[in-house]
Design a protein. Structure first.
Length: 305
């Protein structure tokens, strides 16, 4: 069991592999169970084996999505894609075992609570040329009665994006000095003019708004193939100079993890290191071992290049 855990990524993988092993050795398992004379009816009948096979098939349908979330940094843009994939797998089929039918129904009752469609998830999808046309994105935009460009524009104002004084709220760094005609001229108390006060509570100039609009238009014209190697972070890293405002928005959105799976994996590996035979390891050494294990391929690639 220990070696099985060491070769798998998450507890989900462990459960799937256990089911696969159990079904693969069905005959041997039945023989061993029948030899347990002190326990009555411990052997699995055919209907129970069918239920296990149905459960295995149901879990296998999620394997691709789980692999994506387990083997990369799960940025927020993947949430709606994962949601759409899961929802599709919850559709009943004529071949479903009654146990699986019941399980799917139970998951659907709480599905929207676990996977809500909110503005941040939609924004993250719109910032990814591969995902901006997801059905769930279009349905959400139809509900809020906005097109993609308007939604992105509103998100820039909402997040108060600041790039080289091009901001969703006006730049107020300029200092204006005026003297009150009724005050002593030697006091020279600084005072904001009406123009400066108005600028503080105004939006950006038409020129800056047009520049933002051009960025959005160019983004929405990008093809899905523009995201190389399925790496959305590298895509936005390349676009920083071309789209400064949208790049700042992307940094704000993509720093939000879509799932805690990488963290759970990290704690899982930590638990394997802190096995009973190594429980006296210094915590600092454990931290270093985990760090090397998680970043080995990255450093190896750098060394080879």
């Amino acid at each position: 069991m220990g070696s099985n855990e060491a070769q798998t990524t998450t507890k989900w993988h462990i459960n799937l592999r256990l089911l696969e092993t159990l079904i693969k050795h069905k005959t041997i398992v039945n023989v061993l169970l029948e030899q347990l004379q002190n326990i009555d009816d411990v052997a699995l009948d055919e209907s129970e084996w069918e239920a296990l096979e149905g459960l295995h098939g149901f879990m296998s349908a999620f394997e691709d999505a789980v692999e994506i979330f387990s083997n990369c940094y799960p940025t927020l843009n993947l949430v709606l894609l994962f949601r759409s994939h899961l929802l599709l797998q919850l559709d009943e089929t004529k071949d479903d075992h009654p146990y699986v039918v019941h399980l799917k129904a139970m998951i659907r009752t709480t599905f929207d609570g676990h996977f809500p469609v909110d503005s941040e998830a939609v924004l993250a999808a719109l910032l990814d040329p591969r995902l901006r046309d997801l059905l769930v994105v279009n349905e959400y935009l139809a509900t809020v009665k906005k097109d993609k460009a308007q939604f992105l524009t509103d998100a820039i104002w909402k997040h108060n994006i600041v790039i080289d004084n091009s901001v969703a709220t006006a730049d107020s760094t300029e200092t204006v000095l005026q003297l009150d005609s009724n005050e002593d001229s030697n006091t020279k108390r600084p005072r904001l003019s009406i123009t400066q006060l108005a600028k503080q509570h105004s939006r950006v100039t038409v020129e800056k708004s047009d520049a933002i609009g051009d960025e959005i238009k160019t983004l929405l014209a990008q093809s899905p193939e523009s995201v190389l190697n399925d790496d959305i972070l590298s895509f936005w890293n390349r676009k920083q100079s071309d789209w400064p405002v949208l790049s700042a928005l992307a940094r704000t959105v993509f720093c939000i993890p879509a799932t805690s799976a990488p963290v759970s994996t990290l704690f899982h590996h930590d638990g394997l290191i802190r096995a009973s035979r190594f429980c006296s390891l210094n915590p600092a050494i454990v931290d270093k071992v985990v760090f090397v294990g998680e970043n080995y391929l990255y450093f190896a690639k750098g060394a080879n290049s």
